[in-house]
Design a protein around this ligand. Structure first.
Ligand code: KG4
Ligand code: ZN
Length: 327
């Protein structure tokens, strides 16, 4: 089935066309307008999506050598995400589905991150997915495609958010994860002590806000030139603390479920230190190429194809769900 996927939940405008778990074309525009603010500005995101969505869709059709009439279904990210940004994508998708008289399906963005695994690998269910992004940190047992047990989640900040806030405090560019990872490559991960929260909480939940506070307190105590000279060590130590906090709970989940197949998805899954430490757990790691870790429309089209082929679709009256969870 030829499915057009649309993703506009945050600061990526993306359009992909997928058929039979194969990518026919994919277009993505990462908004640059937010960089100078150190984080995503919702109103600017919506306006930029409006500008870019139409031309990107045109290019996606042209790259795939298809006309709009060739599309058999539309899949769109309907939440979680920024309300204005989601409205741009879903309204556009509804218009397209109406004009072409084809089914539409509202896709949960988090589920999309997991579905990229189905496109890339023949991974049997059940498996564990660690979904780590700028807005979410979820440890999920994928019982079957479309059936999830959320085993753990963050009590406060998401893992990517921790990287973004730390980068801002250190004066590094947004998004923070790649900036910190780059610096950390030349730093000592044991140079500074950062807390690993929730280790004894007796559940599989995470917490990252204490880590951010610890960094801010530490920066207050250091002299400016000390911070500048030891930036790589600070970045490496901070990254290690985020990664360790994730690894401990993932290891517990592997033990609890007896599942040795682990998928690492979401923007933070691009982090090489995290990948390395997951591999050291003795599990089989499924980590997508970086372009499929961060937000993209291929994952939305892929989830859409799965549901639409089963005859599942959404009414045209569906609403966005800015706080949509996995269950
Ligand atoms: O999945 P994503 O593109 O958007 C959301 O759904 O949130 O994830 C973006 C997040 C940002 O917080 C960014 O700092 C983080 O992923 N990120 C990374 C890396 N690349 C992106 N974090 C750590 N290391 C990276 N290499
Ligand atoms: Zn995402």
């Amino acid at each position: 089935m030829i499915v057009l996927g649309i993703e506009t939940s945050c600061d990526e405008t993306a359009v992909s066309i997928v058929s039979g778990r194969k990518v026919l074309s994919e277009k993505i525009y990462s908004q640059e307008v937010h960089a100078k603010y150190g984080g995503v500005v919702p109103e600017l995101a919506s306006r930029d999506h409006i500008k870019k969505l139409f031309p990107l869709t045109r290019e996606a059709f042209s790259d795939a050598g298809l006309a709009p009439q060739d599309i058999e279904g539309v899949a769109v990210s309907a939440g979680p995400g920024l309300p204005g940004a989601l409205l741009v994508g879903t309204t556009f998708a509804k218009g397209l589905a109406t004009a072409l008289n084809i089914p539409i399906i509202a896709i949960n963005h988090l589920e999309g991150h997991i579905f990229i695994i189905r496109l890339l690998y023949d991974l049997p269910t059940p498996f564990l997915a660690l979904l780590v992004s700028g807005g979410h940190t979820e440890l999920v047992l994928v019982k079957e495609w479309g059936e999830y047990d959320v085993l753990g989640t963050t009590r406060d900040d998401a893992a990517g958010e921790a990287f973004d806030k730390a980068a801002k405090a250190l004066g590094l560019p947004y998004p923070g994860g790649p900036s910190i990872e780059k610096l950390a490559k030349n730093g000592n991960p044991n140079a500074f002590e950062f807390p690993r929260a929730m280790l004894k909480s007796g559940d599989l939940d995470f917490s990252f806000s204490g880590l951010k506070t610890a960094l801010i307190n530490m920066l207050r105590k250091l002299k400016k030139n000390e911070v500048e000279n030891r930036l790589a060590d600070i970045a490496a130590s901070f990254q290690e603390a985020v990664v360790d906090s994730l690894i401990v709970k993932l290891a517990d989940a592997v033990k609890l479920t007896g599942t040795k197949n682990v998928a690492l998805v979401g923007g933070v899954a691009a982090n090489e230190r995290l990948r390395e430490k997951v591999s050291e757990l003795g599990v089989k790691l499924y980590a997508p190429p970086k372009k499929y870790c961060t937000d993209n429309a291929t994952m939305i089209a892929c989830a859409g194809e799965f549901y639409l082929e089963k005859g599942v679709s959404s009414p045209l009256t569906f609403s966005i769900k800015p706080n949509w969870g996995l269950q």
